[in-house]
Design a protein around this ligand. Structure first.
Ligand SMILES: [Mg+2]
Length: 165
């Protein structure tokens, strides 16, 4: 009987890099991540850099848009250790590209909004992949509050009914 059969639930995700006692290297995506919550990521990145960690902006955007991309980050006051962009002649997929960056830079934790990218990184590298968006900041906040309010009203209505009020 193979090991795999005797341990059907054992996953094949590689052991993660130790995060003990060294500056941590973070990777953060732009589109759908920083762009989705720029103030949140500014606060996070400032805190990480102030504590001596490294922050790599890892984007699937092509290298030939570097100036525009840096202008965008500047306009959001996003600081970084380095911006890493996809070569224009990259022959494969964006998940493959980011997997390679994780290995080359030995990133401890990568924050990305894309499921496929997170999964590729999680299963193929020692990097920990995370979705780490904050609670909705602006346009969505109203909808979330309205939803909570609705649920709260439903709860109190049901409670009142139970008590025969
Ligand atoms: Mg993205």
């Amino acid at each position: 009987m193979s090991d795999e059969k005797s341990q059907p639930h054992k996953n094949k995700i590689p052991p993660k890099t130790s995060m003990a006692l060294e500056p941590l290297r973070f990777g953060i995506d732009i589109d759908g991540t920083i762009s989705q919550a720029p103030r949140h990521f500014k606060r996070l990145i400032d805190a990480l850099l102030e504590r001596g960690n490294e922050v790599y902006i890892v984007t699937g955007r092509f290298e030939d848009t570097r100036r525009m991309t840096k202008d965008l980050l500047d306009s959001l006051s996003i600081r970084y250790t380095q911006v890493i962009m996809r070569p224009v002649d990259w022959p494969s997929t964006v998940p493959d590209y980011k997997v390679q960056v994780m290995q080359e830079k030995d990133i401890h934790l990568m924050i990305d909004d894309d499921d496929e990218i997170c999964w590729a990184i999680q299963t193929q590298t020692k990097t920990l992949a995370a979705h780490m968006l904050p609670i909705p900041e602006t346009s969505e906040a109203h909808a979330v509050k309205a939803r909570l309010h609705r649920k709260e009203r439903q709860r109190s209505y049901r409670a009142a009914k139970r008590e025969g009020r």
